[in-house]
Design a protein around this ligand. Structure first.
Ligand code: SF4
Ligand code: SF4
Length: 120
């Protein structure tokens, strides 16, 4: 398989926030998100932690489902305070290529099709 090319997150409808695996939050993430939302840590955990794994990991996004913080405009509603997991994610570096393949299809194949249609 060819090496993946980098994509533009600004041109993407945030496939990672819908299709990628779970998002874990650290205690620092939780404090930052709680402050951003005007909540106490306890309130944040009660409202937004969806699952605690057997290892004690706290998840705000279950695997392969849309994140609770993805807005209707397909942008992250807590972007400035987003967890470390999200800051470090780039679909073209992920082992599972599903998210990348969808994002690349939209950015390259569909964009090229639109350009071709306009040129006709
Ligand atoms: S799916 Fe890929 S290109 Fe789209 S926002 Fe996520 S990391 Fe960026
Ligand atoms: S917190 Fe924001 S960046 Fe992270 S998965 Fe949810 S919507 Fe996406």
């Amino acid at each position: 398989m060819k090496d993946p090319i980098k994509l533009s997150c600004l041109k993407c409808p945030s496939f990672c926030c819908k299709m990628a695996g779970y998002v874990q939050v650290t205690p620092t993430d939780i404090r930052r998100l709680a402050r951003h939302l005007g909540l106490t840590v306890a309130q944040f955990e009660e409202r937004h932690i969806l699952k605690v794994t057997r290892k004690g990991e706290k998840l705000i996004k279950p695997g392969f489902e849309t994140c609770q913080f993805l807005g209707e405009n397909r942008r992250c509603t807590v972007y400035e305070a987003r967890p470390k997991d999200c800051r470090g994610y780039l679909c073209w570096e992920a082992e599972d290529r599903t998210v990348y393949d969808n994002a690349r299809f939209i950015q390259h194949t569909v964009a090229r099709q639109v350009r071709d249609d306009r040129a006709e």
